[in-house]
Design a protein around this ligand. Structure first.
Ligand code: NA7
Length: 543
């Protein structure tokens, strides 16, 4: 590693998932020297790690893919409406091959330290493989749901059977056939894997703390209408997604729940339920995300669907969410989830009534019984949005750690940059639309914004960029204001940081919408990086 002068590379990119791959590609195209690091032994990110049975995308996959290269789109066909994990992983490997991206990454390597060198305007990076290098810019493409939550189920380490974590599922060698399997967690991961596990296991016991809302995915071929729209005018379709609310081109409804009579409410709901898409079911009424009464109309329709699918009324009631408004926890799409509870070898344990006391050597002890198990599956979620960045915990100006700067919750400018941490970029960071959107669209928007920014800094002779405290505080207020008019604060969700003990309770993603957010980011750049200070041999520019 060099001591003085130019850093070893221009940019270090952390992560070889959907974000890191594209970031490396863009920066290399622009002539930057890039070094990527990836903890796994290959590309794929989320789709590398989450190999549990039933793992799939729940955004229609022809929307959940790159759009930056029309040739790439022509070269790849999705076989299903919602691709399975192996198909999405194969796609990302295909992308890595096509643009020869692996050569820029060091795999099986974790970045362990990142510290800003104030005198030289560069970052010093260290890895668990002994690498030490310097870079001008550091891009954290580390994912929003990449660090599994630390087990807060007591006694998990005592269990003598097999234990699997959905987000760290082994690549091979898992055989659940004929076994007694316990699953803890009923978020998207649990709801996807439980029906699949039930197909092979001798017994399945689901330990549910909070029931979630789930709609049928209606798996099948890619939806004909979208395929046709894309084929007719790919550019228009992709552009519509970029300016949409959630990153999928859907017209937001203007109908309020109270405006229409009961039969019409039901008809609207049924039509969207039949589509089997998250953004449809979140779009029955314009006010379902902001007014409890409107939300309750949709919530009760869904509970009715649950009652229709589950034969035992008591089990149906236990599976019916009552403690959070619909959409404030990420809704799920499923493939026969509720009907799984009609099978004789599948049982629901409601932890609200009989909490887990401890896991022990042979199974799970609740306040009411001991459940003997051969296998324990933890589908207990992630330290979302901030977990991976804080695992590195970059040290900024004046020796300040990011964990200190974020002690009161994440504080960013546009979810992209942080005051006190020059030349640090977060891809789909907290306070950006990220997990409330189609990630593919949000990733491309951030990667392109960052690439353009670095090109302009280079062209204009700047070596450092950093948001001002004022701009950052303003963005934080705007994020809070947007969150406050929604129902999100009512839920103990991972969106609110509520799933991780001690985590600050705020709405982590920005809920103002993908299109409006893109416009803000574009205006900031067009205005000469409004709210940023840029420094370098060219002097200092501050808008
Ligand atoms: P989620 O959505 O965070 O779900 C985790 C589930 O695990 C949820 O039902 C939790 O119940 C439950 N959980 C967590 N900790 C415990 C303990 N200690 N005891 C019992 N139950 C527990 O994670 P997923 O992996 O399913 O999905 C994450 C995202 O990935 C998903 O939203 C998509 O965007 C893709 P709780 O609700 O906290 O009571």
């Amino acid at each position: 590693a060099s001591g003085h002068g130019e850093p070893d590379v221009d940019v270090v990119v952390v992560g070889a998932g959907m974000a890191g791959l594209y970031q490396v590609h863009r920066l290399r195209q622009a002539g930057f020297r890039v070094q990527g690091f990836e903890a796994a032994d290959d590309v794929g990110g989320t789709w590398y790690w989450n190999r549990y049975p039933g793992a799939r995308c729940d955004i229609t996959t022809l929307d959940y893919c790159y759009s930056f290269d029309p040739e790439l789109e022509r070269a790849w066909q999705w076989s299903e409406k919602y691709a399975t994990q192996p198909e999405i992983l194969a796609y990302l490997q295909f992308v890595a091959d096509r643009y020869d991206l692996r050569r820029s990454f060091r795999f099986s390597t974790k970045v362990t330290r990142a510290a800003w060198d104030e005198e030289r305007d560069h970052w010093r990076i260290a890895t668990d493989q002994g690498d030490e290098l310097t870079c001008r810019f550091l891009v954290m493409a580390t994912g929003c749901l990449s660090v599994p939550k630390t087990w807060d189920v007591p006694g998990v380490e005592r269990f003598q059977g097999e234990t699997y974590v959905t987000g760290r599922w082994p690549h091979q060698g898992v055989d659940l056939a004929g076994k007694r399997v316990g699953v803890i967690g009923t978020g998207s991961s649990g709801i996807q894997c439980i029906p699949e596990i039930a197909k092979v296991a001798a017994q399945v016991v689901v330990f549910q703390r909070t029931p979630n809302f789930s709609a049928p995915a209606h798996h099948g071929p890619p939806p004909a209408e979208r395929v046709a729209a894309l084929a007719a005018d790919r550019d228009a379709y992709r552009e519509a997604a970029r300016w949409s609310r959630g990153g999928v081109p859907i017209e937001p409804t203007t109908v309020f729940a109270a405006q229409v009579p009961e039969e019409e409410r039901r008809a609207r709901f049924e039509a969207r339920w039949a589509e089997g898409e998250l953004f449809s079911i979140l779009n029955v009424f314009a006010d379902q995300g902001t007014r409890l009464e409107a939300n309750e109309v949709v919530a009760e329709f869904i509970r009715e669907k649950i009652r229709q699918q589950v034969k035992d009324p008591e089990v149906a009631e236990a599976l019916s969410p009552r403690n959070h408004p619909f959409g404030t926890k990420r809704p799920c799409l499923d493939d026969g989830y509720y009907a799984t509870y009609n099978l004789p070898h599948v049982r629901l344990v409601d932890l609200r009534r009989t909490p887990i006391e401890t896991v022990d050597e042979t199974g799970v002890r609740t306040s009411a019984e001991h459940v003997d198990l051969d296998v324990l599956v933890l589908a207990t979620g992630f330290d979302a949005m901030t977990g991976a960045v804080l695992a590195v915990d970059p040290v900024g100006r004046g020796g300040q750690r990011l964990s200190e700067a974020w002690a009161e919750g994440p504080s960013t400018y546009l979810g992209l940059c942080v005051a006190g941490f020059p030349n640090l970029f977060l891809i789909t960071g907290p306070q950006s639309p990220s997990v409330l959107s189609n990630m593919a669209v949000s990733i491309e928007q951030h990667v392109e914004w960052v690439s353009d920014c670095l090109e302009r800094l280079r062209a204009e002779g700047f070596t450092a960029i950093e948001p001002t405290e004022t701009a950052q505080a303003g963005w934080g207020r705007h994020c809070e204001d947007c969150a406050a008019i929604t129902l999100h604060p009512l839920a103990d969700s991972w969106y609110m940081g509520a799933n991780v003990p001690g985590k600050r309770r705020v709405l982590y993603p920005y809920i103002g919408g993908v299109g409006p957010y893109r416009k803000i980011c574009d205006q900031v750049a067009a205005g000469g990086y409004l709210g940023f200070e840029r420094r370098g041999p060219a002097g200092t520019a501050r808008d």
